[in-house]
Design a protein around this ligand. Structure first.
Ligand SMILES: Cc1ncc(COP(=O)(O)O)c(C=O)c1O
Length: 438
């Protein structure tokens, strides 16, 4: 059976095995000590891993794109004030979906110039928050543009408008994560786009950009090249019809990560960025279009590997041929296995190098048979009371977490410079009751 230590490559870049007994340390901090002190389930975010991921994007853009560029963090992957502060310090923009994420970005100190707003069906409150705080509002469809009304966008500080295009092509990923296909609920097709551009020009609205996003957790950028060509074709036609060209262009985010050892190595960022940059340069040159500012909008590939979820095994159970490790978290803090059939891996926090006893199923405490975090993973002979650590837990876990079965959402510790700091506390029963005013 494969060496369990191969899984260390899934963990944050600062992860080491040290001590007696040997155990996991992240950024020099003893994970067992954190679990003992803070309880479980517990989420850890390693800043050095975040920094390495953003460096990879920024360096690849500088190397491969001759025009201006910016990395915009997709806040939907995970957002809290500490993450916003880190993103702002690293020069990132922040993509917010709706008023709630905008409020977190503002509370974390994101200036207007860095906030971009998405949403397929923005409420009046979402639009108000965007007008008050964002530099860019990405309009999803013509109806939204009409609702904005001529009177709304007159102040100098109000957001510029971009239009979201549906290229009619998705990337290769789970159907629930595809967004660019013809029948997707997101964005506008060519005819609607043309009407939207004309409406903006007629009303003198500050239209400056085009956005598209074909899906999430893909490893092959090829469909992105075809999608980009389709979008540039639409842009060239708009230029011919109206004279307008975008100053900004975003092909969204979605670059994938490795979630379990079968997917290693992690897909490198540089070839993806190089592919997009070169295709954009060539596509603009072929159509006589000016080079736009290139925006990339990654979420998962910036934060997923930085995050680790720590659980305690409460019981080990056998049903038929299956060995169950029943842990204290599950679908309430990580819905991805139930939602997408996502596969994960894990290691015991203490003595992680122990050889596997055989396959194990790691399941949560919630009243759903689908509350299974990991299926059939070769695992050591883990006993009740032990902690296990699940790597690649930084994206779309806590952002999608729920209070199912009265679960209290777990705390988040931020690891930097050899120290752990609580940035989100554990929810309490009082939190559960706080908005129950009945
Ligand atoms: C518009 C948009 N941008 C960026 C992203 C980020 O995707 P990922 O976290 O996979 O990079 C998404 C994800 O759904 C998205 O819808």
């Amino acid at each position: 059976m494969a060496d369990p230590m191969a899984r260390l490559e899934l963990f944050p870049v600062t992860t080491r095995v040290a001590g007696d007994p040997p155990r996991l340390f992240i950024d020099g901090v003893d994970v067992a000590e954190l679990a003992r002190h803070h309880g479980t389930p517990l989420y850890l975010y390693d800043q050095a891993t975040l920094d390495q991921a953003v460096d990879a994007y920024q360096e690849a853009l500088a190397r491969h794109y001759p025009g201006p560029s910016i990395v915009v963090y997709a806040g939907k992957a995970f957002l809290c004030r500490a993450l916003v502060r880190w993103a702002v310090a690293r020069g990132l923009g922040i993509d917010c979906t709706g008023a709630g994420e905008i409020q977190i970005a503002v509370a974390g100190g994101a200036p207007r110039a860095r906030i971009l707003v998405h949403g397929v069906n923005k409420t009046p409150a979402d639009l108000d928050a965007a007008l008050a705080h964002a530099a860019v509002l990405v309009v999803d469809h013509l109806g939204e543009l009409e609702r904005l009304g001529a009177g709304w966008l007159q102040g100098a500080s109000e957001p510029e408008l971009w239009l979201r295009v549906r290229p009619g092509l998705a990337v290769d990923t789970h159907a629930y994560r595809q967004t660019g296909q013809e029948e997707s609920k997101f964005g506008m097709g060519p005819a609607e786009l043309e009407r939207a551009v004309r409406l903006c020009l007629d009303r003198g609205l500050p239209l400056t950009g085009i956005h598209f996003h074909q899906g999430s957790q893909f490893r092959d950028p090829t469909p992105l090249g075809a999608g980009l060509d389709r979008v540039l074709e639409m842009v060239a036609r708009l230029r011919d019809l109206t004279g307008w060209t975008p100053r900004h262009l975003s092909p969204g985010g979605g670059w994938g990560v490795a979630y379990h050892e079968g997917e290693l190595p992690h897909p490198p960022v540089e070839p993806y960025v190089a592919f997009v940059a070169q295709r954009l340069v060539a596509g603009c040159a072929a159509r006589g279009l000016p080079l736009p500012t290139l925006h990339l909008e990654p979420g998962r590939s910036l934060v997923a590997r930085a995050g680790v979820a720590v659980y305690q095994v409460g019981a080990v159970k056998r049903t038929g041929p299956r060995r169950w490790l029943l842990v204290d978290g599950g679908m309430a803090d990580n819905i991805r296995p139930a939602l997408y059939g996502a596969r994960y891996s894990c290691l015991p926090v203490v003595e992680p190098a122990r050889p596997a006893l055989g396959p194990a199923w790691v399941a949560g405490p919630y009243c759903e048979s689908g509350d299974v975090l990991i299926s059939g993973l070769p695992m050591a002979d883990v006993a009740p009371g032990e902690w296990i650590a699940v790597p690649v837990s930084g994206a779309y876990h806590l952002a999608m977490a729920s209070n199912y079965n009265g679960a209290r959402r777990p705390p988040v510790l931020w690891l930097a410079e050899g120290r752990a700091r609580t940035v989100l506390r554990r929810e309490t029963p009082a939190d559960l009751l706080a908005r129950d005013v009945g």
